[in-house]
Design a protein around this ligand. Structure first.
Ligand code: KG4
Ligand code: ZN
Length: 357
């Protein structure tokens, strides 16, 4: 079973072909970094136009790379939300047109479900598992019971973690996208102890019940430190120290929230397999965070799964794989399925979060 996957919900135009034996036949990602970097963030109209300009040739490229033709495909999957609606519509229309023209089943994919199911493509992880989803738009802890079966245990009550990275990096004068550049800067800090003394930062929600997150206070604290520095361009050593202190606070906070989730998970999980904590989304590329999560899982006798970075950030393979998972279960969509700018994975999320806390 070979599925074409199309991702256009943010600033990456991505197309892939994946089959049900977990083979990735093609995986092309075109980042729009240059188009958006002058604005310091993603501009929805520019993103939608760029998807329109590039999608056709990426689809052609994926077929060329794989040596396949449309007639070799068994289905088409395209992100149908959540995300920037203009871009989502571009990808969906292209996917629906291919499905209609070649009489193939169409699957409208929830972008978050695609992130959630990626560890089954990369590492064949069994259900149920615990998912920490950390991207530019989302910060969630979910129990993944199966395809289309999610329980939300925690979410951010304000900024997403990737957003907090990006905004803090911008305050420090680091180029867009902030997350990876802040990580690079933090690596240049030679004395973490001194950095933590010089730039004390809050660890929001640490020690509180439940799994919710909050990051706006952390970003404000970064601003306060920067405002207290001498006027003018920040020195690289200051940026490095502040970045290291920032990453330290992020790890402390995320670990505190995940610890509560792991404790609950171990009480409800009675399967024979060693269960997994999976991290997904663009921020999963962060090395310090990966290290901290790995340490945490070891003390709970759980496995820690972090898919390769190319599959953690937005890509077409995760959409194609979600299509494989859904088509195997007969979960196809009619061509009148609409794009959804908001689309929670767990419709009872608020109730489940409240019950947890
Ligand atoms: O999942 P993703 O590619 O796109 C969505 O938001 O859906 O995530 C992008 C986010 C951005 O906020 C980016 O700054 C962050 O992931 N990110 C990182 C790193 N690489 C990407 N944050 C921290 N450290 C990184 N190495
Ligand atoms: Zn994403």
């Amino acid at each position: 079973m070979k599925i074409l996957g199309i991702e256009t919900s943010c600033d990456e135009t991505a197309v892939a072909i994946v089959d049900d034996s977990r083979k990735i036949h093609a995986n092309l990602v075109l980042s729009q970094l240059e188009e958006h970097s002058v604005f310091g963030g993603v501009v929805p109209e520019i993103a939608a136009r760029a998807h329109m300009d590039h999608l056709d040739k990426l689809i052609k490229g994926a077929l060329n790379d794989s040596g396949l033709t449309f007639s070799d495909l068994d289905g088409v999957a395209a992100t149908s939300g959540p995300g920037l609606i203009g871009g989502v519509m571009v990808g969906m229309m292209a996917g629906k047109a291919i499905a209609a023209a070649h009489s193939l089943p169409f699957m409208g994919i929830n972008h978050l479900e695609a992130h959630a199911l990626t560890p089954r493509l990369s590492d064949d992880v069994a259900f149920p598992f615990l998912l920490l989803l950390v991207s530019g738009g989302h910060t969630q802890i979910l129990l993944v019971r199966g395809v289309n079966d999610y329980e939300l245990w925690g979410t951010t009550i304000d900024d997403a973690l990737g957003e907090c990275f990006d905004k803090s990096a911008k305050l420090m004068g680091l180029p867009f996208p902030g997350g990876p550049n802040l990580e690079k800067a933090a690596r240049q800090c030679e004395d973490l102890e001194a950095a933590l003394k010089r730039f004390p930062l809050p660890t929001p929600m640490k020690g509180r019940k439940g799994c919710d997150f909050s990051f706006s206070g952390l970003k404000t604290a970064v601003r306060t430190h920067i405002d207290a520095l001498p006027a003018g361009a920040l020195k690289m050593e200051d940026v490095a120290a502040l970045s290291a202190a920032f990453e330290h606070s992020v790890c402390e906070t995320v670990i505190s929230r995940c610890k509560n989730a792991l404790e609950k998970f171990t009480t409800i999980h009675n399967g024979p397999e060693r269960p997994a904590l999976v991290v997904a989304g663009g921020v999963a590329a962060n090395t310090s965070l990966r290290g901290a999560l790995k340490n945490l899982t070891e003390s709970y006798e759980m496995s820690f799964i972090a898919p390769p970075i190319s599959l953690c950030s937005d890509n077409g393979a995760m959409i194609a794989w979600a299509g494989v998972e859904r088509l195997r279960l007969g979960m196809t969509d009619t061509l009148d399925i609409a794009a959804r700018p908001r689309w929670p994975l767990d419709p009872n999320g608020d109730k489940n979060r409240a019950a947890f806390a």
